[in-house]
Design a protein around this ligand. Sequence first.
Ligand code: GAP
Length: 479
Amino acid sequence: MSAQEKNNKLEALASLCKRRGFIFQTSEIYGGLNGFWDYGPLGAELKRNIKDAWWKAMVHEREDIVGLDSAIIQHPRTWEASGHLEGFTDPMVDCKACKKRFRADQFCEEQGLKLECDANKKPLLPAGAKCPACGSKDITPPRAFNLMFKTYVGPQEDTSTLAFLRPETAQGIFAQYNNVLACARVKVPFGIAQIGKAFRNEINPRNYTFRSREFEQMELEFFVKPGTDAEWHEYWVAERLKWYSRIGLPEGHLHRYVYGKDELAHYASACVDVLYDFPFGTQELEGIAARGDFDLGRHQQFSGKSMEYFDQDTKEKFVPHVVEPSAGTDRIALALLCEAFHEEWVPTSDVAGAQPIPVDYDNPKQPQGHELRTVLRFAPCIAPIKVAVFPLLKNKPDLVTKARGVYDTLRKRWSAFWDVAGAIGRRYRRQDEIGTPFGVTVDFQTLEDDTVTLRERDSMQQVRVKIGELPERLSAAIG
Ligand code: GAP
């Protein structure tokens, strides 16, 4: 697919997301706010399903991981200990002519240049760099910009009340490590998992929701015995890749980026990023890092509280090492939307088994006798709505009552949708567009033999099924 085609596809997806209520610009009525997004009714369901799938795999299905829900605003010393106050910066440059501000590495990359470093490892603009907006070469040298959002706690606004919105959820976990250890019946190796909002004052938010200023993280801090870091790191990379394929991101569109020794933070022994082929490039969904005892060690130093663990089996004391799989919920939501989104030409009537023709975005011409079908091919566990129920005709009370009974039964268990409006083919298309894997139609035959039509989204196959068999059939596919 050409770059233009990918761009067109992303635009078509963003338009669908707005039209059908997945993603809206924040405060759109006031012109929006760059780097902030809202999730509409379907987007909220989608994100909830991603977080549920993560929590299920990381906490409920395991005995060695417990959950935590820590505050967004932590004691400011947290960020001194973690190193964020000093080092959580991006290099920034300003164009002196047009006053536009850029992240220095992206500024260079976009011109096919590489941000250089001087002898003190300070970033340096390469010769030839110019403003992409106005072409001026009058650019400031790169300056460090701290990405943490600031706020004040209480009514006084001075340095004594200065606080920060957390730039990652991880530090809340480290700060509560001792309390969790004391209350949960866990032994090293064990993990603490957390899902929650994080905030970064990104210099250039971009690529739709990919780089935002407010986003959600799903982080696990897995505490291990020193010396076992490498095997646990390998284990978690493999586990996380399996999870991605379970939620519908195929191996073929995922990549691992293994950090070289010279790219690692000084305390880390390994780091692998999981990348996805987004339309705007292959980009990070999650980082899995072996961070040694850096975090617990620093909190021990800054708080004066021991973070040592006494191993009952070996009678040894140590500060556990950490392996950290850290994923972004919003990036996963975007990857799932990109992966699921298909536009195809299908025969005008809903012909079972007909082969759809994928839309060519360079030449979106409609083949004769075909209409456009937009479909989100979500894995059933991720789909916002699992099943839609339709009475064939809305003005036949017998059909409507019968269908309503089916709907009431199904929605006790799954997110279900009720739709009586328009021709049945149109109703199917509306559900295809939001990724509903199953449609159930109640027609006149239903009144005679208690069977309904069960339609499957991807194949468009329709089968007749007894109403009583619906829950079993759906649960086999949805879970
Ligand atoms: N505790 C480790 C940590 O925060 P990170 O690589 O900075 O590591 C982890 O962030 C994940 O959070 C990323 O892989 C990405 O999915 C998500 N993330 C980070 N910055 C983001 C942003 N500005 N917008 C959306 N997601 C972001």
